[in-house]
Ligand binder design. Structure first.
Ligand SMILES: [Fe+2]
Length: 346
């Protein structure tokens, strides 16, 4: 049955699109980026570094950017009302955060570190290496805020200080607290690939996960792990996820109902972003654990999941297209990977 449908209202560019245009950087769109380490970046005036935007998954809920700080250099001070989880991809350095008129606090990071900028603090990133560039991936909820307030002064030059999120506590960036099973509150994850995760059998045998709230963000993120010879089930949800592979190799598969299936080879540095209601699944075909860092949805503490009747449209293994699992097993055999994980009830 065909559902009633009307054409979307289109009255020219959205405030977020106008903002992107003014930023003057390349914008990567689509669902898949092979390697964020290999993307060519352009000078970024506002940041005082190099950058490009990612507006992937055909949506304007969230976006991301890749930023590179040349050796022995730093970004210009920034402050804004959108949230910013950050994943350091290469290099090492430090970030200074402060409320205007207050003393500054500096913390260090290196490749693999994840942290978030407390909301609307002033901040500046430093590359402390004399010869290696720093490259990082940042997710933001800027599209939502731009399209809601459509006022850049309010977003970039707002003096309000969220002291409830950050009050210059000495131990702020070493704070760590378990909230529930599979959820954690922290302000800095030292290494994405060594943080201990919890079992997540609903997503497939052997799969592990931890969901985070970082620096009081409502924007959610998680780390997910697939042991050797394991894969996820498919599921689908709203758009805006940014999934970055941090360890291991394999493939991802996406499709929308009635549309052709797409398969992407994935490795550290690959990013994918399923669009609205696009089924997606992750397959480890390598000889090591596969992990990804994903930014999406709400953080555990500020989740409103309890008010949603259907969180995830999970596709059980026995309802997925029947050729997918044999394709995965063939790929494992080709790579000489033995799997002891069975997704099919014996
Ligand atoms: Fe997902």
């Amino acid at each position: 049955m065909r559902l009633p449908y009307r054409d979307p209202i289109q009255l020219g560019p959205t405030p977020y699109e106008e903002f992107l245009e003014k930023e003057g950087l390349p914008v990567i769109r689509g669902y898949f980026l092979e390697d964020l380490k290999a993307v060519e970046l352009k000078p970024w005036k506002r940041m005082g570094a190099l950058g490009c935007y990612l507006n992937m998954g055909d949506q304007q809920e969230t976006d991301a950017y890749i930023c590179e700080i040349p050796p022995a250099s730093q970004t210009l001070p920034q402050r804004h009302l959108f949230e910013t989880p950050i994943y350091i991809v290469t290099g090492r350095g430090a970030t200074t955060v402060w409320h205007e008129g207050d003393s500054k606090r500096t913390f260090e990071w290196s490749a693999g570190t994840i942290f978030a900028i407390p909301l609307n603090v002033s901040y500046q990133h430093f590359n402390v290496s004399k010869d290696e560039p720093v490259r990082f991936l940042a997710g933001t909820n800027a599209p939502q805020l731009m399209n809601f307030f459509h006022n850049e002064d309010f977003i970039f030059r707002n003096p309000f200080q969220f002291r409830d999120r950050f009050s210059n506590e000495p131990e702020y960036f070493s704070h760590n607290k378990r909230l529930t099973v599979r959820s954690w509150e922290t302000n800095l994850i030292p290494d994405v690939n060594s943080f201990a995760l919890d079992e997540y059998p609903m997503k497939g045998p052997g799969v592990r996960i931890m969901r985070f709230g970082i620096a009081g963000t409502t924007y959610g993120c998680h780390i997910q792990e697939f042991p050797v010879g394991s894969r996820s089930t498919f599921h689908r949800h709203g758009p805006g996820a940014i999934v970055t592979v941090t360890q291991g190799t394999g493939f991802a598969m996406v499709w929308r109902e009635g549309e052709e299936r797409q398969r992407f080879e994935i490795r550290p540095g690959t990013i994918y972003s399923p669009s609205d209601l696009m089924y997606h699944g992750h397959f480890n075909t390598g000889h090591t654990t596969m992990r990804h860092f994903a930014m999406r949805g709400r953080s555990p503490k500020y989740s409103q999941d309890r008010y949603r009747t259907k969180l995830h449209d999970m596709l059980p293994f026995d309802e997925e297209p029947p050729d997918i699992h044999p394709e995965y097993l063939r790929e494992l055999a080709k790579n000489g990977v033995k799997t002891e994980i069975s997704v099919v009830e014996e």
